[in-house]
Design a binder for this molecule. Structure first.
Ligand code: AMP
Ligand code: GLY
Length: 420
């Protein structure tokens, strides 16, 4: 098989690593990729959101399928464009990707199908937003409708805070068009978990669960980030809860999307909160999570290429997905200052000694390379160090040993990922 993976972060490094292990993979190309991915695949400098460029590359490499990693090309309709060229892909269509691309679409959809979620109201006028905020005593969540690079969700404690957030979106254009329509949501409480299902449009199966660590600093303090580390499986979930989430959230979503004429194919990522009234949807994403993929895929004991092919052929019905080993943890090393201002182009210590260790993977997120092979930081999240093993305690030690040995002074990391 010739495979094109779209994207160039830690998630795509983990996806490429899994695909490269398949006996079915002949040629693996990643665009744009990164210096870590370059060690296992051919990389081409085509941006993930360059839809014509990605289509051309897929034709040039005679791709048997395209694995679309990030949300932006999905929401822009890369699958639909590839389909016009007769090229198969793994990921939802533009219409189906609205489950992530428009938070109001997603909330209205869940309402239509009785999928458990917080109460919400959407507004385009600040006066309507204020009324709703006051009704909730400011204990609410203000969300931009569209994609806002993970920054468009403001969790509020007070009326003032929420009004500022809503005003910035509606009147000060903080997120451009993405914030012209906003949601004011009831703020719910509980433990969060990321649940990943794969669907062929008709049937779905769980492909892993994880707990992300979204806040920048230890003890869940500091600003929200894209994720500073993750463990799999999610400790908050057991078989009973997995079943409940599958039956009450995943299955009605897949069935509903089919009924509405946009069958959902690819990864459905449900961000759920386990409340005292059961699991509720915080958000849907139309792709694998980052850094969750760096713990979900290393545990997968079923060939990823076969899963993709069964999805494309709408043949997932009888698949069983196995996980070995039991646990995985990933610790993100980020540039100092992230998620605020940070420097790029800072030299990283040599990573050579860490790559051949068994049960350890050094995934690159934001890195670049010069012609002498030196690696530099090129983003907020720079590396994620994954360790797999029989239990979280054992994995933690191994992952943190490597993080400490890398010893990058310009970076920082959380010390409590997976701490029980
Ligand atoms: P998102 O970008 O949608 O994942 O939201 C970021 C974070 O905001 C989530 O991980 C939750 O911690 C929090 N959040 C979003 N919506 C709600 C809600 N309705 N109630 C409580 N917390 C929420
Ligand atoms: N880790 C959160 C996300 O991928 O959206």
């Amino acid at each position: 098989m010739n495979i094109l993976v779209v994207g160039g972060g830690g998630r795509e490094h983990a996806i490429a690593a899994s695909l490269s292990k398949s006996p079915l993979t002949k040629k693996l190309v990643v665009a744009p990729g990164n210096p870590g991915i370059e060690t296992i695949a051919e990389c081409y400098p085509v941006a993930a959101d360059d839809i014509p460029g990605q289509c051309k590359l897929a034709i040039d490499i005679k791709a048997d399928f395209v694995f679309i990693g990030p949300e932006i090309p999905l929401v822009l309709g890369l699958k639909d464009e590839l389909l016009k060229l007769g090229i198969s892909s793994f990921g939802p269509s533009k219409k189906a990707a609205q489950l992530e691309g428009s938070k109001t679409f997603s909330r209205n959809f869940c309402k239509r199908y009785n999928i458990p979620q917080p109460e919400f109201k959407y507004c385009t006028e600040i006066e309507t937003a204020k009324k709703q905020i006051e009704l909730l005593n400011g204990y609410c969540v203000v969300k931009a409708d569209g994609l806002a690079a993970g920054k468009g969700v403001i969790v509020c404690d007070t009326v003032d805070q929420a009004i500022i957030a809503a005003t910035e979106m509606l009147e000060k254009n903080k997120f451009g068009d993405a914030g012209k329509l906003i949601l004011i949501e009831e703020r719910i409480n509980g433990i969060e978990a990321s649940v990943f299902a794969v669907s062929d449009g008709n049937d779905a199966v769980l492909i892993g669960t994880a707990q992300d660590h979204k806040r920048a600093y230890d003890n869940d303090e500091g600003p929200n980030t894209g994720g500073m580390g993750a463990i799999s499986p999610a400790p908050a979930l057991d078989q009973k809860l997995n079943k409940e989430i599958f039956n009450n959230i995943i299955t009605p979503t897949i069935n509903g999307m089919k009924l509405e004429g946009c069958p959902y194919e690819g990864i459905l990522y449900a961000g759920v909160m386990i409340t005292d009234k059961g699991p509720k949807v915080i958000e849907f994403n139309c792709r694998f999570g980052d850094p969750e993929t760096q713990v979900v895929l290393p545990r997968l004991n079923t060939d990823l290429v076969s899963i993709v092919l069964k999805t494309i052929k709408k043949n997932l019905k009888d698949i069983t997905i196995d996980f070995i080993p039991q646990s995985a943890i990933t610790v993100v090393i980020a540039s100092k200052g992230y998620p605020g201002e940070f420097k790029k182009g800072v030299l990283l210590p040599s990573l050579k000694n860490f790559n051949d260790k068994t049960e350890i993977s050094v995934f690159h997120s934001g890195t670049s390379k010069d012609k002498n092979g030196n690696i530099f930081s090129n983003g907020g999240r720079v590396l994620s160090i994954t360790s797999v093993g029989a239990n979280v305690q054992n994995c933690r030690q191994k992952a943190y040993d490597i993080v400490e040995a890398i010893n990058w002074e310009q970076g920082f990391y959380r010390k409590d990922i997976g701490k029980l």
